[in-house]
Design a protein around this ligand. Structure first.
Ligand SMILES: [Zn+2]
Ligand SMILES: [Zn+2]
Length: 168
């Protein structure tokens, strides 16, 4: 028995996105611009010009697109196994390739946080590794924010149309 056998495995970084995944991210980032333009079309009834709608679609669409692209990248990263970087099934419980627990995604570090490991054991510095809280993607929070933002936009648009109708 040598020490190398018991050496805990270190966290692998994320594998680069495939061409297909990059295309999905690009679509998620660009689609909100025409989407917002279509959503704003009812304002034509209240006298808004096409150019003002285009301007608003560019501003709000690109902001939404930025957030959507960010979420898409986060989701693709979340689907990679933390140990072997293999792409995993959606909602898989464990990695099919290496058996890593994808629900808890256990990680360990020594009190000095030198390196993050995927197994219990000893750090390269000789200190014992302790379990870290399980990591969570930011996707959940961003999706919630987008939802709140969407409702707010719908509410403000409704109020805007109502005011215009009351005035005219
Ligand atoms: Zn794996
Ligand atoms: Zn250490």
């Amino acid at each position: 028995m040598t020490d190398t056998i018991d050496q805990p495995r270190r966290v692998a970084g994320y594998a680069p996105l495939t061409a297909r995944e990059r295309r999905s991210v690009a679509v998620a980032a660009v689609a909100p611009v025409p989407g917002v333009f279509v959503a704003l079309l009812p304002f034509m009834l209240t006298g808004a010009t096409v150019s003002s709608l285009l301007g608003a679609a560019m501003v709000y669409g690109s902001l939404l697109g930025l957030a959507a692209g960010f979420v898409a990248v986060d989701r693709f990263h979340a689907r990679q196994c933390g140990r072997c970087r293999e792409r995993t099934e959606r909602r898989a419980l464990a990695c099919a390739a290496c058996g890593y627990d994808l629900v808890e995604r256990p990680r360990f570090a020594c009190p000095q946080r030198h390196t993050i490991y995927l197994d219990e054991g000893l750090c390269a510095c000789g200190r014992r590794l302790a379990a870290l809280p399980s990591p969570r993607g930011v996707g959940r929070e961003v999706v919630l924010m987008l939802r709140v933002g969407g409702w707010l936009l719908a509410f403000l648009m409704g109020v805007g149309v109502l005011l215009r109708l009351l005035e005219g």
